[in-house]
Design a protein around this ligand. Structure first.
Ligand code: PLP
Length: 489
């Protein structure tokens, strides 16, 4: 039969689509064979189709769960219904609209402790704006001083790095312990030797993330007791860990834990917490007082008493209309099951790692260099990488981001507020960085700084999977990665 050129193109297009669909199906079957436990997480596909349907309606491939989690429709509805059916006044008064809010807030504190399996005798919950707010509370109130130490690892978020400025201002020694590329695990012997720096009687704080927001590495929680045994207090940054892993504070006993709730269940933003051991809280000295943090303050008497416990750290009025949504979010996660989320993330991350490491240009040069473990052992669902062309030159992560945006894929590029992890992974030396910082009296723009760190990537591409990531999402990313093979434009 005669076909017009237009029909010919359409037929060709349809054939290509059919072939692509068949290939995806084949790969999905292979994925299920390689990761049979994925089957147990089917409930999350149903959830994606109902509670998170807006993702597919909008054609979004969301791969930035370490940036922010996603909420179920029902979380928002439940919160709105609560607000629409109650009259909530400012807490901490005895009036009938205030008292229920005070009770509700105390219940949310208890819910957070339950989520972490933390004993209320041992820990208390201070609500903050986010994980950074929690970290800052510790940084500004920890009794750093001469003879004391602030020890941290290279692989930390900037909000943990920033605490060094409080430590520096108060005369404490600051020490960074390295992580070792390419896996990015802590250099255990170096860290152990740094623990010996603690002088008896001085105040020593060790801070590290339970999971890296750069490489996805899960640093061992055993460091907590190792540090304690050598005289250190421990600040655990759990922001990237808690969305897909159980942090069990009946098994592990850090002094301070920081997290953000939107990373776990997407909604609400603007609330995080510091979970602090009651004994460690006694060590903290706040540099100021504010409304809500004191029982009595006098102008003429020039004195004040702090509240006991958490409230001494909560400046001003709490975000009291939003806090009930934290409880709704925690209930949502409990209903779905953190173990189910964990299993799904593990399977999809394993498959992604398998695929990305097997992609090669025709001349055999690998396409992707992954920073972090190549298996799912001791790692979460955050994968940082750079693409390289067939001559082995890195492909600018900004170009990757532009092309991902065009493909409807939400990923993240840069150093993700974790400069130490990036500098070690990318092999940028201290000399290069110091020379760029001192090259000009003016501050360099990001682009000038990149040019200064000559011919090296100053960032990476990060993808991260979470509660309702599907096989199709990660498949789309692998397909997208293939589009860089053999230097395609
Ligand atoms: C490991 C880690 N720590 C701290 C933070 C800071 O969280 P927030 O921006 O919510 O304060 C993040 C955010 O990405 C993170 O991944």
């Amino acid at each position: 039969m005669y076909q017009t050129p237009m029909q010919d193109t359409e037929t060709h297009q349809t054939r290509k689509e059919v072939a692509a669909g068949m290939l995806q199906r084949k790969e999905e079957i292979a994925f299920h064979q390689a990761y049979p436990e994925f089957e147990k997480t089917r409930v999350l596909d149903e959830l994606r189709a109902t509670e998170y349907a807006r993702l597919d309606r909008a054609g979004q491939v969301y791969l930035d769960y370490t940036g922010g989690g996603l909420y179920a429709d029902s979380q928002v509805r439940a919160h709105m219904e609560l607000l629409l059916s109650n009259v909530f006044g400012n807490p901490h008064s005895t009036n009938p609209t205030s008292l229920p809010v005070t009770h509700l807030i105390e219940e949310v504190r208890a819910n957070v402790l339950e989520f972490l399996h933390a004993s209320p005798e041992e820990y208390e919950v201070v609500f903050t704006q986010n994980a950074s707010g929690a970290l800052k509370l510790v940084g500004e109130a920890y009794p750093f001083g001469p003879g004391g130490n602030y020890l941290l690892i290279y692989d930390n978020h900037n909000s943990v790095n920033g605490i060094r400025e409080f430590a520096r201002a108060k005369g404490a020694k600051i020490t960074y312990a390295p992580v070792l590329p390419p896996d990015m695990f802590i250099d255990a012997s170096r860290l152990d030797s740094y623990f010996d720096l603690a002088l008896p009687g001085a105040n020593n704080l060790f801070a590290y993330p339970a999971q890296s927001n750069f490489s996805g590495v899960q640093h061992s929680l055993e460091w907590i007791e190792r540090a304690h045994s050598k005289g250190w207090d421990v600040l655990l940054d759990a922001a990237a860990f808690t969305p897909t892993n159980r942090l069990d504070l009946s098994a592990w006993h850090p002094d301070f834990v920081a997290l953000s709730f939107y990373k776990i269940f997407g909604y609400p933003t603007g609330v995080g917490c510091l979970v602090a051991s009651r004994s460690a809280v006694k060590k903290l000295h706040r540099p100021w007082f504010a409304g809500g943090t004191i029982t009595v303050a006098s102008v003429k008497g020039d004195a004040f008493y702090f509240q006991e416990g958490a409230e001494a750290f909560e400046d001003g009025t709490l975000n009291y209309l939003t806090l009930p949504a934290v409880r709704i979010g925690l209930q949502h996660i409990a209903k779905v099951g953190l173990n189910t989320i964990h299993t799904r993330v593990k399977c999809l991350t394993g498959w992604l790692l398998d695929q990305l490491t097997s992609l090669k240009h025709s001349n055999g040069t690998p396409l992707a260099r992954i920073y972090g473990p190549l298996s799912t052992h001791s790692r979460g669902g955050t994968v940082a990488l750079n693409f390289y062309d067939s001559r082995g030159h890195f492909i600018d992560h900004r170009l990757v981001e532009i092309r991902a945006n065009q493909a409807g894929i939400s990923l993240r590029t840069g150093c993700f507020c974790n400069p130490g992890g990036g500098e070690l992974a990318l092999g940028i030396s201290a000399e290069e960085l110091v020379s760029c910082f001192s090259r000009s009296h003016e501050r360099l723009t990001i682009d000038e700084f990149r040019r200064c760190i000559d011919d090296k990537s100053t960032g990476a591409v990060r993808i991260s999977v979470g509660i309702v990531t599907t096989f199709q999402d990660v498949y789309r990313f692998v397909e997208f990665s293939r589009s860089f093979l053999d230097n395609q434009k």
